[in-house]
Design a protein around this ligand. Structure first.
Ligand code: C2O
Length: 516
């Protein structure tokens, strides 16, 4: 194994991915950010230079889905695992590529990932499924014409009409045409669409990533069937489909076998499900055969299954379909169980907020929970809004997420691939477990509106792990708790001195200029 080194400079830059110019937060001038690529077991080292000025903001990058078992402090979450990197400062992340497959990285500071701080990450491993051509990452991102910080301010507002954000467009690998309904960019004619070259008779691997802010995406390619081979970092027993559903943070690897006589071009589609709101929910791209990308759009017809999914579906594939290829059985000992109810309402000063068990999370950037816990503070009596759930030394943890409300939420846990024991509408009956000997594992699962999600982990990773809805606006409005796993063992982690130094640097910065 080797060290894969990357150097990232984060700065503001104006870009027009659909023809409309807006300020982005970019990495090395790019949106989406550069591809991180490694082999399983390599060390990934990313030096991040924060050049976010005018106005200044802190930042921190999170490596979505990486377990960080040997480096819990490298998880990149302000208020949990580190203090933000102050503007003008630098920080080097270093961690093992401890799982293989497709993922992404993103800022975990405020909703900066909705402002452009996202990029793909591929870790090559002993891939159990045969294919010929790796098409690489396909990032699906809902797109807003307003900058992220104004949207966050609206989200946490006293006016209910401001709280739900309407995206303006939808992008595939950072591009889409402007649709005619979108007056803000219609006059520019758009920025064109992404193109992907396929070869007749070959099997292509596509790595789908929902790296957006809010929307559940439905992905499809006209005239082509797909075979799902992995969900998040977990290879699954292959199953065929014409539509893949992805909530924010979710990834699905699919194989696409091209017919021997394939020619011409086909439309690739990703549409925002009807349960999310967008001015133009339809992103398109072109799949083509032959040597040269066509300059005109394909004129193929969408699968009926795709159209009906976009209109009616808002949930992940059935758990009976999504079987991990390598079985892992949950610990048979009774777990400690926590019920967590998602809520939405106005606080004492009339601001709308999201809650878990009645409490809305508020970040304390100066006091990351992991570092406090390392120093022996595991109770947080004065700070209920830090939402720390201390599971002590329990060897097995079950969380029953109850979602009585009107919105589906992609629920993400750091530090683990959790078992999805059951998911559905209504309330869990307290005992049903789908496929007890090999439940689906992944790191994000959509809990349906008016439904529940039962997740379980084995406590094999002492740390402070965020459990949150991955919708950017919901995270910022408090839909977030911290799972404190084995605090007695956190006390023995060898946290490097640079973590404390970053906190001193951050304190020095906020002393003169508090942005958030
Ligand atoms: Cu994709 Cu809390 O992260």
């Amino acid at each position: 194994s080797v060290i894969r080194r990357y150097d990232f400079t984060i700065e503001r830059k104006t870009l027009a991915p659909d023809g409309f110019s807006r300020e982005f937060l970019t990495i090395n001038g790019q949106f989406p950010g550069p591809l991180i690529e490694a082999n399983w077991g390599d060390t990934i080292q990313v030096t991040v230079h924060n050049k976010i000025f005018a106005p200044k903001e802190g930042t921190a990058l999170h490596w979505h889905g990486i377990l960080q078992k040997e480096s819990q402090w490298m998880d990149g979450v302000p208020a949990i695992s580190q203090c933000p990197i102050p503007p003008g400062g630098s920080f080097t992340y270093s961690f093992y590529a401890d799982l293989y497959g497709t993922s992404w990285y993103h800022s975990h500071y405020s909703a900066q990932y909705a402002g452009g701080l996202v990029g793909p990450m591929i870790i090559h491993g002993p891939d159990p499924h045969r294919y010929h051509i790796d098409i690489g990452p396909i990032l699906l991102t809902d797109h807003y014409h307003e900058d992220y910080f104004s949207l966050v301010e609206k989200t946490i507002s006293t006016n209910i009409n401001d709280v739900v954000q309407l995206s303006d467009n939808n992008l595939i690998n950072g591009k889409n045409n402007c649709s005619a309904v979108n007056t803000a960019c219609a006059s520019t004619g758009g920025a064109g669409v992404s193109t992907f070259r396929f070869r007749p008779g070959k099997i292509h691997k596509l790595r789908l990533i929902n790296a957006g802010a809010e929307a559940i995406e439905m992905f499809s390619i006209d005239g082509h069937n797909m075979t799902v081979v992995a969900n998040d970092f977990v290879p699954v027993r292959p199953y065929d489909t014409q539509v893949v559903t992805l909530g924010i943070g979710q990834r699905t690897d699919v194989l696409v076998r091209a017919p021997n006589d394939a020619s011409g071009s086909y439309t690739m589609r990703s549409s925002i499900a009807a349960c999310s709101l967008s001015v133009n929910p339809h992103a398109i791209a072109t799949v083509y055969y032959g040597n040269r990308a066509p300059t005109t759009l394909a004129t193929t017809t969408a699968w009926p299954a795709f159209l009906s999914s976009v209109a009616n579906n808002c949930a992940n594939d059935d758990l009976s379909l999504t079987q991990p290829l390598f079985p892992m059985r949950p610990n048979p000992n009774p777990p400690t169980t926590k019920n967590i109810a998602i809520g939405f309402g106005q606080n004492a000063t009339q601001f709308w907020q999201w809650t878990m068990n009645g409490v809305s999370f508020r970040a304390n950037y100066n006091n990351p929970i992991l570092l406090l816990s390392k120093m022996g503070n595991n109770s947080y009596p004065d700070s209920p809004e830090w939402n720390v759930y201390n599971f002590g030394s329990n060897s097995s943890i079950r969380m029953v997420i109850e979602n009585p409300g009107f919105a589906a939420h992609p629920i993400h846990l750091h530090g683990h691939n959790f078992w999805v024991l059951d998911v559905g509408t209504g309330t869990w009956d307290g005992s049903n477990v789908v496929r007890p000997n090999n439940p689906q594992r992944r790191d994000v699962q959509i809990v349906p509106a008016g439904g529940y999600l039962v997740m379980q982990i084995t406590s094999d990773n002492p740390g402070a792990w965020p459990l949150h809805c991955h919708i950017a606006w919901h995270v910022s409005a408090g839909l977030y708790v911290t799972v404190l796993e084995r605090p007695d063992d956190i006390a023995h982690l060898r946290i490097p001195a640079v973590m404390a130094q970053t906190c001193r640097d951050w304190a020095a910065f906020t002393g003169v200029n508090i942005v958030n």
